[in-house]
Design a protein. Structure first.
Length: 157
């Protein structure tokens, strides 16, 4: 079930590139360790997940490459915009993801960042990389669907 369909959820950012570059095998919800000005900046919608990825090591998962712009009304409390951020999950989930991510061709990719009952959550996907021919096939299917929808729309008028 996509994240937006659940009640009490406001999406702050989505990683659209992840769906283009990877097959999403499984999805997990994780909390994220943030500072106060970072939360305010995320609420303002100033974050970017485009080149973000997760690394699991030593029983912890870290999110690298997520850019959270410094809060404009913050001062000395602003942190580095691209610092690694720890994801908060149960130990058994972390161990499971660490074992799965070590398999060849799999990666942990953040799919979206959202607010769930005033808490910031990250949707992490266990993903398998797409080859170029897979990407071309997905683009062709999307274009064909768009053409069919256009034809149906003009036919129904």
């Amino acid at each position: 079930m996509p994240v937006a369909e659940k009640k009490g959820i406001k999406i702050a950012a989505q990683n659209r590139k992840a769906h283009h570059d990877y097959f999403v095998e499984d999805r997990y919800e994780a909390g994220i360790e943030l500072y106060g000005t970072e939360v305010k900046s995320i609420r303002a919608g100033t974050l970017n997940l485009k080149d973000a990825y997760c690394i699991a090591k030593n029983g912890e998962i870290y999110l690298h490459g997520m850019h959270v712009s410094p809060y404009e009304h913050g001062n000395i409390f602003n942190k580095d915009p691209v610092r690694p951020r720890r994801l908060l999950m149960h130990k058994r989930e972390i161990n499971k993801l660490q074992a799965l991510a070590q398999q060849d061709g799999y990666a942990l990719v953040p799919l979206s960042v959202y607010f769930k009952n005033a808490r910031v959550k990250v949707e992490v996907g266990l993903c398998r990389g797409k080859k170029n021919y897979d990407k071309r096939d997905a683009i062709a299917k999307r274009d064909a669907k768009r053409d069919m929808d256009r034809a149906m729309k003009s036919y129904n008028r």
